[in-house]
Structure formats: structure tokens, C-alpha cells
Design a protein around this ligand. Sequence first.
Ligand code: ATP
Ligand code: ZN
Length: 210
Amino acid sequence: MKTIKIAIQKSGRLNEKSVELLKNCGLNFENYKSSLISKVTNFPLEILFLRDDDIPEYVQDGIADLGIVGENVIAETKVSTHTLQKLGFGKCTLKIAVKKDELISDIAELENKTIATSYPIILQDYLDKNNIKANIRTISGSVEIGPGLGLSDAICDIVSTGATLKSNGLVPFADVLSSEAVLITKNTNESSHLIEELLQRIQSVLRAKN
Ligand code: ATP
Ligand code: ZN
């Protein structure tokens, strides 16, 4: 019998909610932390536990039939996948922030400034759309310390509570992208019976919550 695969985050901010959603769909599986694959015992499904950054590509290439990942990750990897369903968790916003005492009030004032980010593709898109030429400095983490060290004039990073920005003396002033976790599949017109069945279960779990 055919089995489908779903890729979810192995550990991190989306892992727990992804596992919870699948369990609420009535799927039985062992949530082995050390194993990268878990077989569902009462549905022809295998769960792949991956780094979130790899999920869009696995789905695009058909290695996984479905994936659960943040919209921010999809936008940054520039792969082509199809979003079946927004899942209502993992909500966050990618924002541009500057030092508290920097008197920037309009995004046009970012012209020729240096912006540190882990999201160079999304940021470049945003700057292009707003006709702003700025220098993007790509760093993989802790971008908030950039302005304080004189490394950058501004940052573009994910903000959920704003606490990290505040403790680094930064204030957000422009929203670049809003994101939440989504269920994705390959970009094709053909869908399978098993994907449809799982999607329907997920949608009834989401409906029951609202
Ligand atoms: P991995 O080890 O899988 O690469 P990661 O460190 O890149 O994990 P996490 O920090 O676990 O990623 O975040 C996963 C996703 O959770 C983000 O891509 C984003 O969609 C979402 N998210 C929600 N709130 C936040 C937040 N405050 N900071 C960062 N990501 C958040
Ligand atoms: Zn990641």
C-alpha cells in the first residue's frame, strides 16, 4: 500500500505544535527525539524530522509529500511549493528595527544604510519594492547586536514579543513580512487521496479550535 511522508521540524519553535496537530488528527506515532523518521501505526504516513530550512526543498523535490514550515522560511528559500492550509501557530513578523536614538521615521531614510539580517532574499525584495538601495549584511544569528557594535545601521529580523529588540536598545519601525506555520505540498495539479484525507483531518482539527 502507498505511504506518504510529511516533513516537520525536528526541534525548535514549530516542533511541539506540529506534533500536537498530527496527534490531534488521531495519528498514532512515537515521537522519538533521536530518530529522524517515525511511522504512523494507524495511517499510511511517515513523519520526517528535519531542520526547518530543509523542509521546502524536500517538498519541492517530492522527497516529502507534505511539510509544515513557517512562511518566512519558504519565502527565503525561493523554492516553489503550494500552500494547502495556514495552521494558525508559529506566528511572527519580520521587522526592520533601528537604534532607539536613531531618528529614522520613514523607510526612505534607509537609503545607503547597512542592514543586518538572516533574511537577505526577503529583505532585498522588500527594498526593491520600495525603491530603496541599501547594503544588506547577511549574518546567521544574533543580528540584534549589530547596531550596538557599529556593524549595521539597522536590522531586519523576526519579532514576536519585541523583548530581544528592546533589551538591545532597538525599536521596530517597519513590517516586512507576517508569517505563520503552513502545510505545504508540491506545486502540481495532481493531488493524492491520502493527502486529501490528511488535509481534511487537519482542517477539522483547526475548525474545532475556532
Ligand atoms: P532549525 O534548527 O530547525 O533550523 P531554527 O533555529 O531555524 O530551527 P526556530 O527558532 O525553531 O528555527 O523557529 C522556527 C520558526 O518559528 C521560524 O522560522 C518562524 O517561522 C517561527 N517563529 C515564531 N516565533 C518566532 C520567534 N520569536 N523567533 C523566531 N522564529 C519564530
Ligand atoms: Zn532553521
